[in-house]
Design a protein around this ligand. Structure first.
Ligand SMILES: [Zn+2]
Length: 307
């Protein structure tokens, strides 16, 4: 309603004054306009700039996904900590995002970054239906093991090539990962997850299992199925005998995997990153957790709130 009122007001003003030499925002070159908008803070874009003119509104909408990238980390509360009404801002941003998705061609977005703010499942579905050509999906480690909110949306993304997500999401939706070439997982890689990585990602070339808890045979199982892996990153990962006990809290004692076997199977990998336990402060710590960056465990309900 406010947008419509602003437009009507400007039209009335032009009708009263007649032709004038003063140029409007709509006469400005669109690339220059985008350059200006990209320098304006988000709050001003969504509450002020969008009301100035039609072309500024279009530029604001375009700035929501520059180069086909939707970046939901801009609504993370830690980035808005100086604004007490950040929930209102988050809703405003999502309202504009919905409008942008409705007017853009469905194949215009190729990447989605999800931060620590969790949306309700139907909102991810709405985004997914309008981004079927998504190739890159990045879910923040701050969400820890939370994955159920993404599961309905995943079935719309069948062209993913580069993914970072919780292990459980990968296991439950692994049919969506058939074209994945680069995969970063966080969480507990038990035997079932290792088999899924081995069997369901035939195009995998780069695998990142940083700070993960791995079952004793997980790495060996994965390497059995990926002879053409180019990058394997297992920095800060640790091996556990019982994955079910490790899942969400962490452990005080890890076990050693068969170094000789892993070295043999990983011999053909161009880049194998891993830690030397004694030299790495994270790996030599007494308490190990596979969700070191997770925010808002049960004590902090704010992070559990879905918007
Ligand atoms: Zn380490």
């Amino acid at each position: 309603m406010r947008l419509k009122a602003a437009r009507l007001s400007r039209a009335a003003s032009r009708a009263e004054t007649g032709p004038t030499m003063v140029r409007s925002w709509d006469d400005l070159d669109y690339d220059i306009l985008m350059g200006i908008i990209n320098r304006v803070p988000w709050r001003c874009r969504l509450y002020v700039a969008c009301l100035v003119s039609k072309s500024l509104l279009a530029a604001v909408l375009d700035s929501l996904s520059p180069c086909g990238v939707i970046n939901l980390t801009v609504i993370d509360s830690h980035k808005l900590k100086n604004n007490l009404d950040f929930p209102r801002f988050q809703r405003r941003y999502l309202c504009f995002l919905k409008h942008m998705l409705d007017i853009k061609p469905v194949d215009s977005c190729s990447a989605l970054f999800i931060g620590e703010t969790v949306l309700k499942p139907h909102k991810y579905v709405y985004i997914a239906k309008r981004t079927p050509s998504l190739q890159r999906l990045v879910i923040s480690e701050a969400l820890g093991y939370r994955h159920s909110c993404f599961m309905q949306a995943m079935r719309y993304w069948r062209k993913l090539k580069k993914v970072k997500c919780p292990v459980d999401l990968f296991v439950f939706c692994s049919v969506c990962f058939e074209k994945v070439e680069s995969l970063q997982l966080f969480g507990v890689v038990n035997d079932a997850a290792a088999i899924a990585i081995r069997d369901r990602c035939p195009r995998l070339r780069r695998l990142y299992l940083i700070s993960c808890a791995l079952s004793v045979t997980a790495l060996s199982t994965i390497l059995d199925g990926h002879k053409r892996l180019e990058v394997l990153d297992t920095r800060h990962s640790f091996c556990v005998r019982d994955c079910s006990k490790t899942a969400r809290i962490g452990i005080s004692q890890s076990v050693e995997w068969n170094e000789e076997e892993i070295r043999c199977k990983a011999a053909g990998i161009k880049l194998h990153l891993r830690c030397t336990k004694q030299r790495c402060p994270k790996c030599s710590a007494t308490w190990k957790c596979c969700y070191p960056k997770m925010k808002g465990r049960l004590t902090n309900y704010r992070y559990w709130k879905y918007i």
